[in-house]
Design a protein around this ligand. Structure first.
Ligand SMILES: [Zn+2]
Length: 201
């Protein structure tokens, strides 16, 4: 809570100072908070993905990935952030909200984003293995569903991707008995991220 209040103070003062000059800059700015959430996940030993929900330049929900710690397969960053935002505004539909997430949402989260009637989704690096928005499935823009989401991708992708790669590199180091190749391919977080082909993924 304290953290979010600080964040909102910062967003307010930045807006007041005219620092949020254009949409791209605004997106990069808010993605910074999602990246902060991703670091919280990393510090807890979870796959480092973070998300925030923004309405009228205010952060109304935030979350980081923690399915292991909470023994909850649905505890992805986006789900946590959506739940918090909906509770906070007292409405299960978030029609004016933008969701920022460091990595392309999976199919489950993309479905939740559609169900929440999120207006706009901004994500960082694509998830070539399990992406539910652009790469494997195109759930958020699917014309067969009764809501389509505006999607912006690639925002601070390098920052989000670097967090993921450092995390898995460290994890492989900590588990020398593991078959690195299998870990990279089979582990939930062993996602193949865009521009990751030059790495050891
Ligand atoms: Zn997800």
């Amino acid at each position: 809570m304290a953290q979010r209040n600080e964040a909102n103070e910062e967003t307010n003062s930045a807006a007041a100072a005219g620092h949020l000059r254009d949409a791209d800059e605004n997106d990069s700015f808010f993605m910074g908070f999602a990246l902060g959430e991703a670091r919280l996940a990393r510090d807890a030993g979870e796959v480092p993905i973070g998300a925030i929900v923004v309405i009228d330049n205010q952060i109304v929900g935030s979350g980081h990935n923690h399915p292991i710690g909470s023994s909850d397969p649905t505890a992805h960053a986006e789900i946590i952030a959506l739940r918090e935002a909906a509770r906070r505004i007292g409405n299960y539909r978030l029609t004016e909200a933008t969701l920022y997430v460091t990595i392309e949402p999976c199919a489950m989260c993309a479905g939740a984003i559609v169900n929440a009637r999120i207006k706009r989704l901004v994500y960082g690096a694509a998830d070539l293995r399990a992406g539910g928005v652009d790469t494997v499935f195109q759930i958020c823009t699917n014309g067969s569903l009764n809501h389509q989401v505006e999607v912006t991708s690639g925002t601070r992708a390098e920052d989000g991707r670097r967090l993921m790669q450092a995390f898995f590199k460290q994890r492989r180091k900590n588990k020398p008995d593991d078959d690195s190749a299998n870990l990279a391919n089979n582990d939930e977080g062993g996602r193949r991220l865009e521009v990751a082909s030059d790495d050891d993924e």
